[in-house]
Design a protein around this ligand. Structure first.
Ligand SMILES: [Zn+2]
Length: 131
């Protein structure tokens, strides 16, 4: 048994809860009274019997994977939208404009409009035309 356990969310300290206080628990451990409880750091220091087998485990919040809500499109669908914006703006597609790191733009969560903007600003061809 490890001294630490990964949890998706921290439970509240059981001892604080008895006083009507909600405090995230720091460890799940045995108390001096013999019962096991989720304890905050202060209560663990007061009532805990230490970490380790048969004593307790520190609760470590597992890193939640950030859900990328911006990426609603697949790369292909995103590129089609970028090209639609480009076609409307300059009558070209990303294939006609060089130096467009489309994957980075998509991967960094840009909207198709922002991607098209980036594509145009990176393109020497279009910059020349723009002058
Ligand atoms: Zn507590």
């Amino acid at each position: 048994m490890s001294d630490k356990v990964r949890v998706a969310s921290l439970p509240n300290c059981d001892l604080c809860a008895q006083n009507g206080v909600q405090t995230p628990a720091w460890a799940d451990g045995r108390t001096l009274m013999g019962q096991w409880a989720n304890m905050c750091k202060i209560h663990f220091a007061t009532y805990g019997v230490g970490l380790g087998t048969g004593r307790g485990q520190q609760l470590v919040l597992a890193e939640a994977k950030p859900v990328d809500i911006l990426k609603v499109d697949t790369y292909e669908a995103w590129m089609r939208k970028v090209n639609r914006v480009l076609a409307g703006r300059v009558g070209l597609t990303a294939d006609d404009l060089e130096d467009f790191d489309s994957w980075s733009c998509y991967d960094s969560g840009m909207t198709p409009e922002e991607g098209a903007e980036e594509c145009l600003s990176n393109s020497d061809t279009y910059s020349m035309w723009g002058e």
